[in-house]
Design a protein around this ligand. Structure first.
Ligand code: UN1
Length: 495
């Protein structure tokens, strides 16, 4: 009751009220905190038609002016940062400091996108023909569908939406059915920016609620030009196939099975904090969470002892209480996944520290350290829970081979003070992931870099660097300003 009232106060403050057939439950105590309506087939059709109409006028607005809308949105987020962060914590269960961090990540990408709105530049290219000039232009692409996951219920949408909007596209957001109310709140904040902007087209960014069927209908709709989907590899495989069949573009950000290597030359105090935050922060529910750690033989006993001491005393509990470093798992199904993985590891002879269910309302668990006899079983897949599989290594090349031997390729790191080891890890023969770090953990990336991974992680890149190019279409222009018509490659065609 208390959390529902809290949520109602936040949404009322943001000037929005909503209810429907799809309930949202807080993982904090399992209570119902509100509801939203599932989109019908005609709602989906209308959203796609509206997104197309919005795109047709938005693409003609100069990009720096489009940046102004995103600037206003960033300001509106600054004003309501605490309220939105609290709602993120209530609806997805991450600690308040991480809820604040998530909204900060939205603000950061808005700032990035505002600058980008004056830098959507192509190349000029030397033509092989006299009196000719070549250049590239980047044009808006079309309506962009963003499918987001519960664990970053607002930031990942913002990475996509901020870029898509400055690039001249309209946006449709299908949030996770586990975290619909944060999307409702963000939409209300966005609408405030639209009002302040003045003449943005209606429906330039819309939210469509629903489960898998709603997502599937949107993915199949020929009016959607780009699908940016975050979630499981299983989901991404389906999205990718449907999109490929109609030649739509995709940005897929799917599962990870991230690893860190702790060298005998590591700064161990730093490595300890890095490993603990990445493995057990957000209760292991980031796509970048650390799942496997390879520890050098010479420091194995000391380091694993320190990990055990720190993880056993780590404060887990109500995420609204600032003293706790981790909150609950999202739901009972997530707990079942954790229990099954630990049972499998135990059957393989693993030595497990922690992992017990806590006696609280909600799926609260102690973090689990799992010393594995061999690199197999549940360690080869992603389980969205605070489980860290530990392996001993002697030879760096072998550790890198094992690190790379899983399906996913999102994030990785090495802890070492030896420049040769670090550079080898970052080289072409090193980590095969989209993210490779030195002396920091696998999670907690900044927005300035391109974010995403290889292999079963899907290959998409979002957020910083030149990820914006995926939201635009490239046009190559060859311009002849001479009086002749020379053909390329010396071809003759004399009439
Ligand atoms: C995700 O879990 O889908 O790098 C995104 C990180 C965050 C984003 C995670 N900045 O951990």
């Amino acid at each position: 009751m208390k959390l529902a009232a809290d949520v109602e106060t936040i949404l009322t403050h943001l000037g929005t009220q909503i209810s429907g057939d799809m309930a949202s439950y807080s993982p904090v105590d399992g209570s119902n905190i509100g509801s939203v309506p599932t989109a019908s087939a005609s709602d989906i059709d209308a959203a796609c038609a509206n997104a197309t109409a919005a795109f047709h006028s938005w693409r003609a607005v100069p990009a720096p002016r489009r940046g102004e809308l995103v600037r206003l949105f960033g300001n509106a987020l600054r004003e309501d940062k605490e309220k939105l962060a609290r709602l993120v914590t209530i609806e997805c269960g991450k600690p308040l400091s991480e809820g604040m961090g998530e909204v900060q990540e939205m603000i950061d990408i808005c700032d990035f996108a505002v600058g980008l709105s004056r830098q959507l530049h192509g190349l000029t290219i030397a033509s092989e023909r006299p009196g000719h000039r070549m250049m590239e232009q980047w044009h808006p692409l079309g309506p962009v569908l963003v499918i987001s996951a519960f664990n970053f219920p607002v930031a990942v949408w913002a990475w996509n939406a901020a870029l898509a909007l400055v690039c001249g596209n309209s946006v449709i957001w299908k949030p996770s059915e586990k975290t619909p109310l944060t999307a409702v709140a963000v939409q209300a904040i966005f609408e405030r920016a639209v009002t302040a902007f003045g003449d943005a087209p209606a429906h330039v960014s819309q939210v469509v609620h629903g489960g898998r069927d709603v997502g599937a209908a949107l993915v199949a709709d020929p009016r959607i030009a780009l699908i940016s989907a975050t979630g499981s590899t299983q989901m991404g495989r389906k999205v990718g196939q449907v999109a490929a069949a109609r030649f739509a573009k995709t940005i897929l950000e799917l599962g990870g099975n991230n690893a860190a290597i702790i060298s005998d030359k590591a700064d161990l105090a730093l490595a300890l904090r890095g490993v603990l935050f990445s493995a057990f922060g957000t209760s292991g529910q980031r796509c970048t969470s650390l799942r496997r750690v390879f520890v050098h033989d010479a420091i194995y006993d000391n380091f694993v002892e320190a990990l055990k001491a720190a993880s056993t005393s780590m404060a887990v509990g109500d995420p609204l209480d600032g003293g706790n470093l981790a909150g609950p798992l999202i739901d009972e199904a997530a707990y079942d996944g954790m229990r099954i993985a630990l049972d499998e590891a135990r059957a393989l002879g693993a030595n497990i520290t922690g992992g017990a269910r806590m006696d609280m309302k909600g799926a609260y668990v102690r973090p689990a350290l799992v010393e594995m006899p061999t690199h197999n079983g549940p360690a080869l897949r992603e389980t969205f829970a605070p489980i860290l599989y530990i392996f001993r290594y002697h030879d760096l090349a072998h550790a890198i081979t094992l690190q790379n031997s899983v399906g996913a390729g999102l994030s990785s790191s090495i802890f070492s003070t030896d420049v040769r080891e670090c550079e080898r890890f970052l080289s072409a023969e090193g980590s095969d992931c989209g993210i490779a770090n030195v002396n920091i953990g696998t999670s907690g990336a900044e927005i300035g870099g391109a974010f995403g991974g290889e292999k079963e992680t899907g290959g998409g890149r979002e957020s910083g660097s030149d990820a914006w190019k995926a939201y635009m279409r490239r046009v190559t222009n060859t311009i002849n300003y001479s009086n002749e018509l020379p053909l390329a490659q010396g071809v003759t065609f004399d009439l």
